[in-house]
Design a protein around this ligand. Sequence first.
Ligand code: 5RP
Length: 229
Amino acid sequence: MNQDELKKAVGTKSVDYFKSNSVVGLGTGSTVYYMIEELGRRLKNGELENIVAVTTSSRSEKQAQELGIQTKDLNEVDHIDLTIDGADQIDKNGQGIKGGGGAHLLEKMVATNSNRNLWIVDKSKMADKLGSFPLPTEVIPFGSEKTFNDLQKEGLNPEFRLNEDGSRFLTHNKNYIIDLKIGTINHPHLLADWLDHQVGIVAHGLFLDIVNTIIVGYEDGPKVIDNIR
Ligand code: 5RP
């Protein structure tokens, strides 16, 4: 199985966790793509019914709406039962890095407003410790060179994320992404706490103590890691 087939297998399996008559959160990314396709299929054939979805990007919203999935804004729902999202790296304690697609601000808002969170990844995303995947931060353009300098002074190896044409990548909210090429993160909670207190940073990609269930794609089939918290 190639990586794409592993993503498809976990994306498809994860839809077993959605229930009829519920509000669900839909993440963003190439693994989530398969989950949304399968959700659309099961709604169409009646295996699932009466589902309202809160999406985390215009990409996922468009895909969901094209499949006839009812979408609502986060402000329009009073709770989310379960959110299914991808991740860029997950450590052995179920802590994660997200934001490879630059959607981590909306993803974090949807995740923290969800009763349960499930992540779907292929086996390449699992690591002993976080950090070999660069940690994304979303920063407001105002004063962003100052924010960059503060990150540099802290030894966090910042790099503005660029588009192919060399322009700065812009998020949904027209902010920049600064990726931190830190290497092994030994104390994720301390780092998250420091980043949370930097005024120009709107959100960082450390998703700590959030996920409840992970489905990991292996050649011999998806493996479910449950009861993480
Ligand atoms: C986007 C994310 C994605 O969930 C993460 O990048 C995983 O994406 P993919 O399934 O394409 O590997 O955090 O901001």
